[in-house]
Design a protein around this ligand. Structure first.
Ligand SMILES: [Fe+2]
Length: 451
């Protein structure tokens, strides 16, 4: 079956499908019928709307959700800057191929404090561009603390470990070989039900993630619509005499606002949403369900056939602020074809890293083997890249027969952006050797790897 055999069992129920109008109730009948904003909603809840697009956006991209909750979100104290928050990381644009064998890990960090910027373009205050981060959390977020990003949608790409993400709209369990998207403004809390977790995030300052158009491919394949999973409403309160209520409790709210963290307090749980309906919601996706397509006679189709999610740019048709692509194990059968990726210079910038899809965590990231599971590559706009000499020569002399490529246990992902991205001083310091002899990511992982 084309699904991942997860070692961590699922614990939540989901709605199925992306791009649909969804609705969910933790209390039966909490969504009002017909009217969105009745004088008094069921259970005497308050009506709140979160708009992820302008009111007048075309229907296909109109993202709005109605929430029915005990306390509206405005009931909180005044935000002040978090003292440990980085204000403006030093950034450097480099024409070199950059490579990391690993990223330095700081022990004892949580989801918020472990985030380190790798690269950035644009500015969240003008809603342009994006940023990549690496996270390495080994403890839960502080109790009764939530986070939301004002800056953009967050694509989470776990590399290893499991995240339990409780959002206002319900919970997502995100395991190795799954990804998740938390839209801008949605409040959430991350805990680690299965030990430490590492991975990458792509913070999208501009627009939203969506499925790529399929063109001549037709109406299905790649990431199929129905395989995306959306949380169901989860209400932390009770009903007394027909009125929904929550006990008073002290919470900290953290927001990322123009790259800096601010916090405030409130006297009630943010997880007091009894029902919601709309088109603006978090979701997750099992990368094991990706329906791979490819060449069945000769040559390479463009690697855009591996795109899972895209964030279209409005500057030029067919161009993306960022494409998120994966290279799962698959068959290669092409005749008279140089089968590895060809040597390439690209107007788009390419950041590649590794997802460990082997569900036996200990086998991959606690053993001191030649395998470098946390390596990454960044080829900025027009930086030449391709196979190392040995792989190149092997590819030119190999007997061409059908073969399964992609190593067991891991999968390479690619973030491809229209932007020329600047790399943070932290990431520049952490990188390994680079330059014209920079190896392919296959060579970094192991010289036996094939992409
Ligand atoms: Fe490339």
């Amino acid at each position: 079956m084309p699904v991942t055999k997860f070692s961590v069992p699922e614990k939540y129920a989901y709605l199925e499908g992306i791009g649909s109008y969804h609705q969910s109730e933790a209390l039966t009948g909490a969504n009002p019928v017909g009217a969105n904003s009745p004088q008094v909603p069921p259970y005497a809840l308050s009506t709140e709307r979160i708009s992820g697009s302008s009111f007048t956006a075309p229907r296909a991209g109109n993202l709005q959700t109605w929430l029915y909750r005990v306390h509206p979100s405005l009931a909180h104290g005044e935000f002040s800057p978090v003292s440990t928050s980085e204000t403006a990381p030093e950034l450097q644009l480099s024409p070199n191929a950059l490579r990391w064998n690993d990223f330095p890990i700081e022990a004892g960090q949580d989801w918020v404090s472990s985030q380190k910027m790798i690269a950035k373009a644009g500015d969240p205050s003008t809603k342009t561009g994006l940023a990549y981060h690496v996270y390495s959390a080994s403890k839960n977020m502080d109790p009764q603390t939530i986070l939301y990003s004002t800056d953009g949608d967050l694509l989470i790409i776990p590399q290893a470990g499991t995240l339990d993400i409780q959002t206002e709209l319900g919970s997502l369990l995100v395991r190795q070989n799954e990804i998740a998207v938390i839209p801008r403004g949605i409040r959430y809390r991350v805990t680690l039900p299965n030990g430490p977790a590492r991975g990458y995030t792509c913070e999208l300052y501009q627009g939203h993630f969506q499925l790529p158009e399929l063109g001549p491919i037709g109406s299905c394949s790649l990431a199929n619509v129905r395989d995306f999973q959306v949380p169901t409403a989860r209400f932390e309160g009770s009903v007394e005499n027909g009125v929904a209520t929550c006990q008073t409790s002290n919470w900290t709210v953290i927001t990322k606002f123009a790259g800096r963290l601010y916090s405030c307090t409130q006297d009630h749980t943010p997880f007091d949403v009894a029902a919601w309906h709309g088109t603006y919601y978090p979701f997750k996706y099992d990368l094991g369900r990706f329906s791979v397509i490819g060449s069945i006679l000769y040559d390479h189709p463009d690697p855009s056939i591996f795109t899972v999610l895209t964030a279209p740019s409005h500057r030029e048709p067919g161009t993306a602020v960022v494409d998120f692509a994966i290279f799962p194990p698959r068959w290669q059968v092409m005749e008279d074809t140089y089968r590895p990726p060809y040597f390439h210079r690209n107007i788009m910038s390419e950041f590649a890293g590794v997802i460990i899809n082997n569900q036996d965590q200990n086998s991959m990231w606690n053993k001191g083997t030649e395998f470098k599971p946390f390596g990454a590559l960044f080829n900025n706009s027009m930086v030449p890249h391709g196979m190392d000499k040995k792989t190149h020569e092997e590819a030119r002399t190999a007997e061409l027969k059908p073969e399964k490529v992609g190593m067991e246990g891991f999968m390479v992902f690619l973030l491809e952006s229209e932007a020329m991205m600047a790399v943070s001083a932290w990431a520049m310091q952490a990188k390994g050797t680079a330059g014209t002899n920079a190896k392919s990511i296959g060579a970094i992982l192991t010289d036996k790897a094939k992409l």
